[in-house]
Design a protein around this ligand. Structure first.
Ligand code: NAP
Length: 255
């Protein structure tokens, strides 16, 4: 378990896996962990961007191209982590996708890929991470959730359902690992700059924003947080004293 003292003292020499680390919150988390002295395996599908980000972080970072929705790919990634680093202290389940559609518009691929990535990914990665953490004497798993579960937006019901499932997995996993010195944290994030919204088709995005505005969903939306803000808050959560666990960290824009 990571614990006590300054983040740098606690994380020096520790090993972390961060999924979805090629941009956004995942990239910021990887950077924060490297700055604090950890060695970090960065996972994402797109090799070129991932390798560029890892190279920018220096020798403590390793790009491990992985599809978290695919069991074989995840197994291979953790074999690489064990071989290259020899231990594992922290897993950050961050990779996710969010596509805009009503349920009747969703394709088979929309449903399968969203569920397999956002919920399946954390299950597959945790399954491989836990034995490595047990061998390392303990560890910590952080699941990145979303405030969308508190106020589900129309056209994002599939995404929201996966994040709700992730919250229940988080609770069950915490109970399962209580005796193993492995802490489990849900970081329920508010709106953050960048992200999959940038991948949305502009016309589809305009339709969604119009609908949300009309139905009052945007009335209390503040300025989005920076990915680095989420990353620094995560760092705080994983470096609490050994006797305490941050079970849920609900992070919202103060803007
Ligand atoms: N941004 C927000 O406003 C916001 C709000 C609340 C919660 N969150 C949560 O915060 C997390 C990060 O969000 P973000 O906005 O930083 O996301 P993002 O910028 O869209 O980045 C997503 C990352 O996940 C990777 N990824 C996607 N599918 C993957 C797969 N199957 N296997 C491996 N990697 C995959 C992407 O790289 P590749 O495409 O190359 O694989 C990328 O590195 C997500 O869990 C999201 O639900 C975000």
């Amino acid at each position: 378990m990571l614990a006590q003292g300054s983040a740098a003292a606690e994380l020096a020499g520790r090993v972390a896996v961060v999924t979805g680390a090629s941009r956004g919150i995942g990239e910021a988390v990887a950077r924060c962990l490297v700055d604090a002295g950890a060695r970090v395996a960065l996972l994402a599908r797109g090799r070129e961007r991932l390798e560029r980000v890892a190279a920018g972080l220096g020798a403590q970072a390793l790009a491990v191209p992985t599809d978290v929705a695919d069991a074989d790919s995840v197994r291979a990634a953790f074999v690489t982590v064990a071989r290259e680093f020899g231990r594992l202290d922290l897993l950050v389940n961050n990779a996710a996708i969010g596509r805009l559609h009503s349920i009747e518009e969703a394709s088979d691929a929309d449903l399968r890929e969203t569920v397999y990535t956002n919920l399946g990914g954390p299950l597959l990665c945790s399954r491989e991470a836990v034995p490595l953490m047990k061998k390392s004497g303990g560890g910590q798993i952080v699941n990145i959730g979303s405030e969308a579960v508190l106020n589900p937006f129309p056209l994002l019901s599939t995404y929201t359902a996966t994040k709700a499932g992730l919250e229940l997995f988080n609770r069950g996993l915490r109970a399962e690992l209580r005796g193993d010195n492995i802490r489990v944290t849900l970081l329920r994030s508010g709106a953050t700059s960048g992200g999959f919204m940038e991948d949305w088709d502009p016309d589809e995005a305009a339709r969604a924003i119009g609908l949300w505005d009309e139905q009052g969903y945007l009335a209390f939306a503040g300025a989005p947080m920076q990915p680095s803000t989420v990353a620094e808050s995560l760092l705080h959560a994983v470096t609490r004293p050994a006797g305490a666990s941050v079970d849920t960290l609900e992070l919202r824009s103060a803007g």
